[in-house]
Design a protein around this ligand. Structure first.
Ligand code: NAP
Length: 283
């Protein structure tokens, strides 16, 4: 393999170590960071995500409290819990694992979370802050990607950046963070014409599509940095990203693997946002 591997697992561990030291200082001053994690229903993937998040909290010393609600929970019941958590002074961050089971409305819950405790940075208020570049909470997945670029010595300023995907949680905020660092950013989606040609212009290519092996070697410029946000299953049920890793790794200069790339970084950034919220409380 020609490309250098950007090891998300190792970078996330380094971020967690920094956060653990910050948490210790906060606790010494009488503030224990607290994260409330709400899980509605029994979706197996959501259960794994929640378990990973609470485990990571424990590792850095954040108090994580899980609220597991049955799939038939009503919107009123869920919003009452959010209101209760908004009011609790020992809870700095509130995370509701999405997507919610039908007929619950993701948007209603996001809107109900106090923006000061919205550690996923999904609320309209926090999205607005990200847009104008004045933010407290970074959107976790794109922030994780930026942290990987920084810690891998990748300069964004002046570079051609192509993001494939325009979702509210990944593609759009990703483009915005790259723009804030003076990248020249193009956002692609399912209606983009000549996608491969656009991608081949990228010095930094971020794939957030949700399709296994979607980014093939002919879509990548020699020496590009390739970031794979995708989390998919291949034909044999194995976890894989959006990038045809083996072929693209022969062309790229740096590349993230799946698993062990963006995934661990997303969780590390969630912890970072929770610590940021706790620091504000401590002040
Ligand atoms: P999403 O909401 O489904 O968005 C996918 C995007 O890809 C859409 O903007 C869509 O375009 C675009 N797309 C689909 N087919 C395309 C095509 N043929 N050509 C070009 N663009 C195409 O997904 P998401 O929530 O952003 O997530 C993307 C992937 O990242 C998923 O695999 C998800 O599991 C993963 N993910 C990983 C993490 C992590 O921590 N590693 C976190 C979040 C998400 P349109 O808008 O035109 O439909």
């Amino acid at each position: 393999m020609k490309a250098k591997l950007i090891d998300g697992k190792a970078i996330a561990a380094a971020v967690r170590a920094d956060l653990a030291a910050e948490v210790e200082t906060l606790k010494a001053g009488g503030t224990e960071p607290g994260l409330a994690v709400i899980l509605v229903g029994e979706d197996p993937a959501s259960q794994v995500y929640v378990r990973n998040k609470t485990r990571a909290c424990a590792e850095v010393g954040i108090h994580a409290e899980e609220f597991r609600l049955p799939a038939d929970t009503t919107e009123d019941e869920l919003l009452a819990l959010v209101a209760e958590l908004n009011a609790r002074t020992d809870i700095d961050g509130i995370l509701c694992q999405l997507p919610l089971p039908k007929p619950l409305d993701d948007a209603a819950v996001i809107a109900a979370i106090d923006p000061a405790k919205d550690v996923d940075a999904f609320s309209a208020v926090n999205v607005g802050h990200i847009m104008i570049g004045d933010y407290t909470f970074l959107p976790c997945t794109p922030a994780g990607v930026m942290e990987m670029l920084h810690r891998s010595g990748v300069e964004v300023s002046g570079k051609r950046c192509v993001v494939i995907g325009r979702s509210n949680i990944v593609g759009k905020p990703m483009a915005m963070l790259l723009l804030h660092e003076n990248g020249t950013v193009t956002v692609c989606h399912s209606r983009t014409e000549n996608l491969a040609a656009v991608c081949r212009e990228a010095d930094i290519l971020v794939a957030a599509v949700g399709r296994a092996k979607f980014v093939t070697a002919d879509m990548v410029k020699e020496g590009a940095v390739v970031i794979d946000v995708g989390m998919n299953r291949d034909e044999s049920g194995k976890l894989c990203g959006d990038v045809d890793f083996d072929a693209v790794a022969e062309i790229a200069s740096q590349i993230t693997p799946v698993p062990g790339g963006v995934g661990p970084m997303t969780i590390a950034m969630l912890l970072k946002n929770t610590v940021t919220a706790a620091k504000r409380r401590a002040k």
